[in-house]
Design a binder for this molecule. Structure first.
Ligand SMILES: Cc1cc2nc3c(=O)[nH]c(=O)nc-3n(C[C@H](O)[C@H](O)[C@H](O)COP(=O)(O)OP(=O)(O)OC[C@H]3O[C@@H](n4cnc5c(N)ncnc54)[C@H](O)[C@@H]3O)c2cc1C
Length: 386
């Protein structure tokens, strides 16, 4: 039991869950941790290479069944997200967008032909997917999306644009949500379709070890078979977000754990006024509060994971987890940074990188305010969205 595991939460996991966690942690220690600070500084990530490595280990679409997917439990998937994000939120985002957003959308709403075409290649990391919901003028309010899908004979023609799309610059397929006459519809769009273009978004100060793009759809003509036939209305993309948000509830704890472990070691080794920083009461108060929050966050994630495995997880419950765990993880990262003093702002330590990354995690997959509104609606029966 590590000192951070105050409540012996490890014993709440079964052997298989612990084993999966350890294997994922080892892969990240070997393949990601030694390089991630450089990727972050350079604003790049070897996405294809990593996707293949992650695919070999069964991490892509890990909680889905069939089509080459591992079919693991929601808790095991959550633990994998935690380990991925302990390395870097951008690396976890690569896996979340691939598995929980792009693959899940095709797995849940696609035709058998679409599943056969995309899922085995995506599970193996040979094909990369992205998920286009957000637009330049429509973020928290996707129901107002401006991207249009119109029928032309048997074909569909998409026109519009998507913004802030993780993986877009390296993707082979985009799940695109667009407004048709009959409501919001989803499409699996091969990225080499004429009329699709991608601009990489540069100068991000957060999630720098992740590729993000803007997708322009200029009268993109698609066969009828490209539509996700089972997806009708906004509830389809929202159900994909619920999947991904569950992974984030766990992932944020990984970033926080890495900050805490780094800080505990630093505070023990660094001496001021003739004693280690860890020996000061004010430092211990910070460490104690952060460890308590981390343990509470883990219990929350585990509760949601067990509910998901029982098929009983509801969207507002995921909002509780996303709101709390990302907010607390960001708070932990910022507090840890203060304990590292000037070294806290250095890329030699992971702490400010995690804090900066968590700014994106706080915003995507529903901002804190949106999750407060979801929970508020559940509590009061009143929608305060608009
Ligand atoms: C690095 C990164 C990667 C991303 N990846 C993807 C992706 O792969 N696919 C994708 O589709 N999107 C992606 N996004 C987009 C993300 O989901 C949106 O940024 C998010 O939904 C918020 O939208 P917005 O940025 O337009 O902010 P806005 O919606 O403009 O919100 C701005 C502020 O206003 C607040 N606000 C909005 N409405 C209300 C309200 N009713 N009441 C109170 N406050 C409100 C918000 O909480 C926020 O604080 C990504 C974003 C980032 C930063």
């Amino acid at each position: 039991m590590t000192p951070l595991d105050l409540l012996d939460l490890d014993s709440l996991l079964d052997d298989e869950e612990r084993q999966i966690r350890d294997v994922v942690r080892q892969l990240l220690d070997d393949r990601v941790r030694p390089h991630v600070a450089d990727w972050y500084e350079e604003g790049r990530v070897p996405a294809r290479e990593l996707a293949r490595e992650f695919g070999k280990l069964g991490l892509l679409g890990m909680h889905l069944t069939g089509y080459g997917c591992a079919g693991s439990s929601a808790v095991a998937y959550g633990l994998a997200c935690l380990e991925l994000e302990a390395a870097d939120s951008g690396v976890r985002s690569l896996v979340s967008v691939q598995g929980s957003l792009a693959m899940y959308a095709i797995w849940r709403y696609g035709s058998e032909e679409q599943k056969q075409r995309w899922l085995p290649a995506m599970a193996a990391g040979e094909a990369i997917g992205c998920f286009g919901l957000t637009e330049p003028d429509h973020g928290s309010d996707p129901a107002s999306m401006a991207t249009r899908a119109r029928r032309d004979g048997d074909d569909w023609v998409l026109h519009g644009g998507k913004m802030w799309i993780t993986n877009a610059p390296v993707a082979d397929v985009a799940v695109i949500w667009a407004r048709a006459e009959e409501g919001i519809r989803g499409f699996a769009v091969p990225m080499d379709t004429p009329g699709v273009s991608v601009r990489e978004i540069r100068r991000k100060l957060s999630l720098r070890a992740s590729v993000t793009g803007e997708i322009t759809l200029d009268d993109v003509r698609l066969p009828a078979a490209a539509r996700l036939s089972e997806a009708a209305g906004l509830k389809a993309p929202l159900s994909c977000l619920t999947e991904a948000r569950h992974g984030i509830v766990w992932g944020a704890l990984g970033a926080a754990r890495d900050c805490l472990e780094t800080t505990l070691a630093y505070a023990a080794a660094r001496t001021q006024f003739g004693r280690p920083l860890a020996g000061f009461q004010l430092t211990q108060a910070k460490l104690a509060d952060m460890a308590v929050e981390w343990q509470k966050g883990f219990l929350l994630a585990l509760r949601l994971g067990r509910l998901a495995d029982a098929g009983r997880l509801r969207p507002e419950q995921v909002s509780v987890g996303k709101l709390n765990n990302v907010r607390e993880a960001l708070d932990i990262a910022r507090q840890c940074r203060t304990i590292l003093g000037a070294n806290g702002i250095s890329g030699e330590y992971p702490v400010l990188r995690h804090a900066n990354n968590l700014e994106s995690v706080l915003t995507y997959e529903g901002t804190s305010e949106i999750h407060q509104l979801v929970i508020g609606q559940r509590l009061t029966g009143l929608s305060a969205f608009a």
